[in-house]
Each structure stands twice: as structure tokens, then as C-alpha cells.
Design a protein around this ligand. Structure first.
Ligand code: C2E
Ligand code: MG
Ligand code: MG
Ligand code: MG
Length: 285
């Protein structure tokens, strides 16, 4: 009996593995075509000052709608793109598209908007990130300081010396840098002090279900204090409730981002959100 059980379990395991491998191969093959087929697009999630609710910028988030497989999450396909090296081309397209969109939104506005773009560890490790960013900035014509590159804490700390060298070149271009998912990796404080970064993004895991007394609040508070000490801005991501927003206002997070204000929006919806806000501001108090 035991033997039969074991065999049944083995067969199930084997089948799950095969399905996983098949899905992965399918995604890889389909992803190679997705860019040219126009299946990739960007959504934009507003980044807001919590005191006044004003949109200060956006984070560009990559989306893949496959005609047969449907929506595929970046959490699933970015790792595939990284493994097969496609992320360099896709990431270049994301930079172009996001900067082009920012240029349109910035027209005729006195308030400067920023555009945050996620950069993969593979793009950071590869040789041409600085060249790509230089080219995209020149083509789009946006103010260099309005582009923010988000790198995860773990991508940066994986090779902090290399990251430092690349960051210095990006800083010389006038581009700004954020450490994404901060608190989930293992930052060395001495590296953190040396890196020319502008912003820490508190990871969503510390914000969701944060309450006034728990240790999540304390962690968020420590990140804000650390940022103050280092002269950095703080963005709290994943803000879903008024209770979370209130705490973040109290502890002095400079910016917030999350479903409480906006989900990631298609370009047209983001344009509307901006226009709506402009109309409110123009209205006399
Ligand atoms: P991230 O950079 O940390 O992006 C924030 C994620 O949190 C996004 O998920 C966003 O939709 C989600 N989010 C924002 N507010 C809330 C909220 O209030 N509640 C909840 N539950 N979620 C919220 P998304 O779009 O699925 O992206 C996941 C990750 O995929 C990103 O995490 C980023 O690491 C990666 N990614 C997305 N676009 C790109 C890209 O263009 N290039 C690269 N290299 N990575 C990307
Ligand atoms: Mg990000
Ligand atoms: Mg993040
Ligand atoms: Mg995160």
C-alpha cells in the first residue's frame, strides 16, 4: 500500500512539474513575440503627497495581455524575461513608453510630475543601462530629474560595488534613483550611505494591515527615520485603507501609493485623473 501511495504521489508531483515546465516554455516562446505583437502595455499608478492628496507622479507598471492566455502578471513573466535575457529589450521599451507618456502629461503643467520605472537586476548587471537611459532621455525630451529608476534593495545589494558605479553615472545624468521593496532585503547601512539614491520605498508587506500599535508601524517609522537621517524621501506602497494612510501621515511618509487612492490606471484613465485634479485645484476654495 505504502508503495502504491508513494507511486501515486510521485506521479502527481511529476505531472505538476511537467505542467509548470510547459507553462514556462509557453510563456518564453510567447513573450518573444509579445513586444512586436503589441501585447505589452503600461499602466500608471499615481504617487501622491498624503497631506493634500495631490498626484506628484506615477509608477509605470508593465502589463501583458495575451490573446489566448489572458492577462499574465509581471510577477510571473518578468522572471521568465530575465532568465532568457528578453528583459533588456522589454525594459528598453518600457523606458521609452513611460518617458513618452510623461512628456505628454507634463505639457502645459507648472507642477512637475515624476515617472518611476522599474529596472530589473539583469538590466543593472548588463552593460547598456546608462546608454539606454541616455538615449531615451534625449528622444523623449523630458527633464532628467523627472525620471526615477526603481531598483529593488536585493538587486542592488547583490552587487553593491557594481550598483554604486552605475548609480554614479545615472546620477551624473540627473536621473533619480529609488530603492524598491525596502525592508525585504538585507541592506548594509554603509552601502546605503554611499549609494547616490533619492528615495526609499517601504515595501507593501509593512504597510498592509498596519495598525497603530503593531510592529509594522514601528518598522515603517524606522524606515522614515532612516530616510530622514540619510536625507532621502520615503514612498509607502500598497496603502489600501484610511487607517494606514492616517498612520503614514503621522509618521511623515513623504509620498504614498496604493489602492486607497488609485489602482494602476490605463493611460487614458490616468490622463483623466490628472485633469480632474487640475480642475479641482483651479476651482476657488
Ligand atoms: P513593485 O515595483 O513593487 O510594484 C508595486 C506592485 O504593487 C504593483 O504590482 C502594484 O500594482 C501593486 N500595488 C500597488 N498598490 C497596491 C495596493 O494598495 N494593494 C495591493 N495589493 N497591491 C498594490 P504589479 O503591477 O503586479 O507588479 C508587480 C511587480 O512586477 C512590481 O513590483 C515590479 O517588481 C515588477 N514590475 C512591474 N512592471 C515592471 C517593469 O516594467 N519592469 C520590471 N523590471 N519589473 C516590473
Ligand atoms: Mg516599483
Ligand atoms: Mg515596490
Ligand atoms: Mg513591493
Amino acid at each position: 500500500h505504502a508503495k502504491q501511495n508513494g507511486r501515486a504521489r510521485w506521479m502527481m508531483f511529476d505531472q505538476t512539474m511537467q505542467e509548470g515546465a510547459l507553462r514556462r516554455l509557453t510563456l518564453e516562446a510567447e513573450l518573444r513575440l509579445a513586444v512586436d505583437a503589441g501585447q505589452l502595455y503600461l499602466q500608471y499608478q499615481p504617487i501622491i503627497t498624503p497631506q493634500d492628496g495631490v498626484i506628484r507622479g506615477f509608477e509605470a507598471l508593465l502589463r501583458w495581455r495575451h490573446p489566448v492566455l489572458g492577462m499574465i502578471s509581471p510577477v510571473e513573466f518578468i522572471p521568465v524575461a530575465e532568465e532568457v535575457g528578453l528583459i533588456v529589450r522589454i525594459g528598453g521599451w518600457v523606458l521609452e513608453e513611460a518617458c513618452r507618456q510623461l512628456c505628454v502629461w507634463q505639457q502645459g503643467r507648472d507642477l512637475p510630475l515624476s515617472m518611476s520605472v522599474n529596472i530589473s537586476a539583469v538590466q543593472l548587471a548588463g552593460g547598456d543601462l546608462v546608454d539606454t537611459v541616455t538615449r531615451v532621455l534625449a528622444e523623449s525630451g523630458i527633464a532628467h530629474g523627472s525620471l526615477k529608476l526603481e531598483l529593488t534593495e536585493s538587486a542592488v545589494m547583490a552587487d553593491a560595488e557594481h550598483a554604486l558605479a552605475v548609480f554614479k553615472e545615472l546620477q551624473a545624468l540627473g536621473v533619480r534613483l529609488s530603492l524598491d521593496d525596502f525592508g525585504t532585503g538585507y541592506s548594509s547601512l554603509s552601502h546605503l550611505r554611499r549609494l547616490p539614491i533619492d528615495t526609499l520605498k517601504i515595501d507593501r508587506s509593512f504597510v498592509s494591515a498596519m495598525d497603530s500599535h503593531g510592529d509594522k508601524r514601528q518598522i515603517a517609522e524606522v524606515v522614515v527615520m532612516l530616510a530622514r537621517t540619510l536625507g532621502l524621501d520615503v514612498v509607502a506602497e500598497g496603502v489600501e485603507t484610511l487607517a494606514e494612510l492616517d498612520i503614514l501621515r503621522e509618521i511623515g511618509s513623504d509620498f504614498v501609493q496604493g489602492y486607497f487612492y488609485f489602482r494602476p490606471l490605463d493611460g487614458a484613465a490616468a490622463t483623466e485623473a490628472l485633469a480632474e485634479q487640475g480642475a479641482q485645484r483651479a476651482r476657488p476654495a
